[in-house]
Design a protein around this ligand. Structure first.
Ligand SMILES: [Zn+2]
Length: 361
């Protein structure tokens, strides 16, 4: 689909729908990648999951536009989650294009970087420290003992990668410009959903390619885990506020439909996290709790009117836990919550009212 003259959106299938939710399947069951016309070559933003049917869909899209792999001269990845980065290695080979992503994503893909087994061990210890039941162990551990090349800490038992890593030619820091001769994009570092997440802004056309930073139908997952930055929700809110200065008339997101209500959507996303912080603070005020206990009391998927944790699959339990912890971390930074390590568990207490100085756990 040509969203504006010279920018094409390809909707590619996603073999795994992380939330396993049917009504959200339309949004999460697909990923959008963007092909942008240039004078000397095309720019591709994000690649899709590494699976034969995705590559087939990609080829079909190229044919509809009337170009081939060789016409792509540059590939830019908004973040290294596998729905965005998975095909990067194959597409780089097929096109001969340069590949670029943010330097903060480097450690996830560099040979000799994180090893699958180490990641699993760390994540497991960390899950238990935050009160996850022992029977929620990592189900695919046997598979993961193989020589995997990449693992997503957010879904350690579901999203792993044995395919061909596309090693970048360029590492961005933010502030660079990417020109196709027809379009000029500014790289904007927007940490939160991923440490090295970037958005691409075309000032003259007032277009923002937002990756998973701003989606119209769902709120992106913001997760604290042993491999995230220390305060991902603080990063995320900061990144949203930073984008407010931009004049944007069209947002091209990584999932779901493109949209125009840029400023309003930013406000809604900030509001969503404020509301969740308020709920968590209320829970903490009831007395010291571990994060898993709080995750069990929070209504998830507000888009669906709120779903309890026990209705979600085990993979989503972990995501809910990481989201809860991201909110607890920002509350801790703001001085409203205190973390106390006791009996191999992390407990959270309110710093206000009757729980002040509550150390008698
Ligand atoms: Zn995504």
């Amino acid at each position: 689909m040509e969203v504006i003259p010279g920018i094409y959106q390809l909707k590619l299938p996603l073999p795994i729908i992380p939330l396993g939710d049917i009504s959200l399947g339309q949004v999460l069951g697909q990923i959008n990648v963007y092909l942008i016309e240039g004078n000397a070559g095309w720019l591709l933003v994000d690649t899709g999951w590494d699976a034969p049917k995705v590559l087939e869909a990609f080829k079909k899209g190229l044919k509809t536009i009337g170009i081939t792999f060789k016409d792509i001269s540059e590939i830019v990845i908004t973040h290294v989650h596998l729905d965005h980065f998975g095909l990067a290695g194959k597409l780089k080979k097929l096109s001969g294009a340069n590949l670029g992503l943010h330097r903060m994503e480097r450690r996830f893909i560099e040979p000799g970087g994180l090893k699958g087994e180490q990641v699993l061990k760390k994540i497991k210890e960390w899950l238990y420290k935050n009160g996850s039941p022992k029977d929620e162990g990592l189900v695919l551990q046997k598979v993961l003992q193989g020589p995997m090349k990449f693992i997503t800490p957010m879904f350690p038992d579901a999203l792993f990668f044995f395919g061909e890593i596309g090693f970048p030619d360029i590492f961005f820091s933010g502030g660079e410009s990417i020109s196709t001769g027809i379009f000029n994009f500014e790289v904007i570092w927007t940490p939160g959903h991923s440490s090295g997440h970037i958005c691409l802004y075309e000032q003259a056309k007032k277009v923002l390619i937002s990756g998973d930073h701003i989606l119209s139908q769902i709120t992106p997952v913001i997760a604290l885990n042993p491999f995230s930055r220390s305060n991902p929700l603080g990063d995320y809110i900061g990144s949203l506020n930073n984008l407010k200065r931009l004049d944007v008339e069209l947002v091209l997101p990584g999932h779901g439909d493109y949209f125009v209500h840029f400023q309003r959507r930013i406000d809604e996303l900030i509001q969503h996290h404020e509301e969740r912080k308020r709920i968590i603070l209320e829970l903490v005020k009831e007395g010291p709790k571990v994060a898993y206990e709080m995750a069990s009391e929070i209504p998830w998927m507000p888009e669906k009117g709120g779903v309890s944790l026990d209705k979600l699959d085990p993979c989503s339990h972990r995501m809910a836990l990481m989201e809860t912890l991201a909110h607890l971390k920002i509350l801790e930074e703001e001085g409203n919550v205190k973390r106390i390590y006791k009996a191999n568990l992390d407990f959270y207490c309110s710093t206000a009212g009757k729980n002040v100085g509550y150390y008698s756990l």
